[in-house]
Design a protein around this ligand. Structure first.
Ligand code: AMP
Ligand code: MG
Length: 410
């Protein structure tokens, strides 16, 4: 049996960073054959290259406000008004002492002018304006390179492409970037008792919820689910379906069939198809978690209990999926929380209890989500954190401080 840290190290040591592909800012014609239309879009992918500015931004000095372009040192009280400078074209006039040019926000500062006075601060009457004293050179002017200097690094490899990065790429005129391919994940549920969610339940049957929850979790982690199936507790059938899942995915997730029962058949199958790196973790919920590799592909044998399968996904599978996408920080943020009530953990294992964490008066407070039974999926719903309770902990009183992983915003 391995400890949580060792399990994570083993998984990440066997997890490849997937190759870079061309991703496009907007143009769906730039689709890569391996990718769906969605994946070809840069949004949400991780940059695989550094991006630099190829020119200054702005390229010319521009007015930051609507007003009048002036010579700052000009002492004239009344000044003659020149033709207006609108945005989007070079300034065709020259501002001399005694004159001003009306200018729009974003208009190119005309030669001669070195400052802009806001329209609100100016007195205007028939063809002349009166500029108040005290104009500073450079006032309300965006100088060349104010936002970005030619050659400057703008985005670093490893950055997630979000709305601001999309905006920056568009600003730079860069419509294609290299980004890491997202992993393809195959999901297989096992169990004689499973029926599809749209079918009525017979005696002893349960709806297969893990397959759907795991596909949703994989998508939420940025992966693409490409194959899914359901197998009876039959060794030949399970082996055939795992082989098929491997053909389609970079990662295979199985659910159920990894504990100690006579119908738990996954571990020996994985040992035949690849290398099993561990088959038990000192972890609750989800001790039987099994991790194997077949070449560059990862196979996670997740436990069958609905909570165990989702929590082991969160703690062990999600970091691997993020690493494959090129993410540098693959772990959730960790904070210290103060318990609002007593917690009695399972002292024999590291226990990850689901909790609702909130910020109040300068500290994080946490309540667990009620019964932490591995079959009770309700204990996951609404949880935004996992309390990390070290093995050997018998009891934590109200007010105790424990570390927690933040799964969602507080
Ligand atoms: P197992 O690990 O296969 O022994 O399954 C443990 C428990 O989880 C059993 O009560 C199963 O019925 C339940 N279970 C297994 N797979 C699923 C699934 N796909 N959806 C919902 N419950 C499941
Ligand atoms: Mg089973």
């Amino acid at each position: 049996m391995v400890q949580v840290e060792e399990a994570l190290q083993t998984i990440l040591a066997h997890t490849p960073v997937l190759e870079a592909v061309e991703a496009s800012l907007v143009n769906p014609n730039l689709r890569d054959s391996q990718l769906s239309g969605d994946d070809a879009e840069a949004m949400g992918l991780i940059l695989a290259e550094n991006v630099h500015a190829e020119s200054d931004l702005p390229q010319e000095p521009r007015s930051a406000v609507d007003g009048f372009a002036v010579v700052a040192s000009d002492k004239a009280g009344e000044r003659h008004v020149l033709p207006e400078i609108t945005a989007g074209k070079p300034a065709a006039i020259r501002v001399e002492p005694g004159t001003v040019a009306p200018i729009m926000t974003g208009g190119v500062l005309p030669p001669g002018a070195d400052a802009v006075v806001m329209v609100e601060d100016v007195e205007q009457r028939d063809g002349i304006v009166v500029i108040p004293p005290g104009t500073r050179a450079g006032q309300h002017v965006h100088p060349v390179g104010a936002d970005m200097v030619r050659g400057q690094p703008v985005l670093a490899a490893g950055t997630r492409i979000g709305p601001a990065e999309i905006g920056l790429l568009a600003t730079l005129g860069q419509v294609r970037v290299k980004a890491h391919r997202v992993p393809r994940v195959s999901v297989l549920a096992t169990g004689d008792e499973l029926v599809d969610p749209w079918e009525p339940l017979g005696p002893g049957q349960v709806h297969d919820s893990n397959r759907y929850a795991l596909m949703a979790a994989a998508r939420e982690a940025g992966a693409r689910t490409v194959w899914q199936g359901k197998a009876l507790d039959d060794e030949a059938e399970q082996e055939r379906l795992i082989r098929e899942a491997l053909d389609h995915g970079d990662v295979v997730l199985t659910s159920g069939g990894v504990s100690m029962g006579t119908r738990d058949l996954i571990k020996p199958i994985l040992a035949r198809l690849g290398t099993v790196h561990f088959g038990r973790v000192n972890f609750k919920p989800g001790k039987p978690l099994t991790f194997a590799t077949a070449g560059e592909k990862l196979i996670f044998g997740l436990p069958g209990y609905p909570v165990s399968s989702l929590v082991t996904f969160e703690v062990f599978v999600r970091p691997a999926l993020l690493k494959m996408q090129g993410r540098r920080d693959v772990f959730r943020p960790r904070v210290d929380v103060e318990l609002e009530h007593e917690v009695k953990p399972d002292a024999s294992r590291a226990e990850y209890q689901r909790a609702v964490i909130r910020w109040e008066e300068g500290r994080f407070l946490a309540k667990t989500t009620g019964s932490q039974s591995s079959s009770r999926l309700l204990s996951m719903s609404g949880a935004n954190g996992l309390l990390l309770i070290a093995p050997g902990t018998e009891r934590l009183g109200a007010g105790s401080r424990v570390p927690a992983l933040l799964l969602a915003t507080v």
